[in-house]
Design a protein around this ligand. Structure first.
Ligand code: S3P
Length: 174
């Protein structure tokens, strides 16, 4: 039995580079729900990139603002919501998302994440320009810290074998 207050609010969570934005867009199109990217909402609100915001205000202030954006966004009735990779791991966010909607964790190995992040164009301040083995080791450690939160998701999905039909079927049964 579901305890979600609105199962039509679907939050995609997972480490940087796991494909949250791409999969959220695909799932939103498939379900004909609205697509919302909370990182983009934050960037539009402050009028600067996340890297600039981190540099000027620091991580603590970023996390406070990220929390405000998550909890105060005027969500439409039906939405697929892409979240920042750290968001589930701060404050009560996992509980909050699981009670206000449902969460999908897109799981990938540190090596796969590192390969994807090395080729990414967006600057991620948390990674501080790390590359190669150093990047894999960093992700390994960070993921170990974060997985306790990610694993509280309503559904855990293998990011390598994922497809949008399975995702749509899964969220419909929650
Ligand atoms: C962060 C992930 C980023 C962004 C910020 C911090 C993190 O989002 O919110 O740079 O702590 O993992 P993506 O997961 O969309 O890259």
């Amino acid at each position: 039995m579901s305890t979600n207050s609105n199962p039509n609010h679907i939050y995609l969570i997972g480490f940087m580079g796991c494909g949250k934005t791409t999969w959220s867009k695909k799932l939103a199109a498939r379900l004909e729900y609205e697509f919302i990217d909370l990182d983009t909402v934050l960037v539009e609100r402050v009028g600067k990139s996340i890297a600039e915001y981190f540099a000027e205000h620091g991580e603590e202030e970023f996390r406070r603002l990220e929390s405000e954006v998550l909890k105060q966004y005027p969500y439409p009735e039906k939405a697929v919501i892409s979240t920042g990779g750290g968001l589930p791991c701060f404050f009560d966010h996992m509980d909050w998302m699981n009670t206000h909607g449902q969460t999908l964790y897109i799981k990938l190995s540190p090596k796969t994440l590192a390969d994807r992040l090395e080729n990414a164009r967006v600057v991620r301040p948390v990674l501080q320009g790390k590359k190669g083995d150093e990047l894999v080791a960093f992700i390994d450690g960070k993921l170990a810290e974060r997985e306790g939160f990610y694993n509280q998701a309503t559904h855990i999905l293998d990011g390598l074998t994922l497809n949008v039909d399975d995702m749509a079927a899964l969220v419909a049964t929650s």
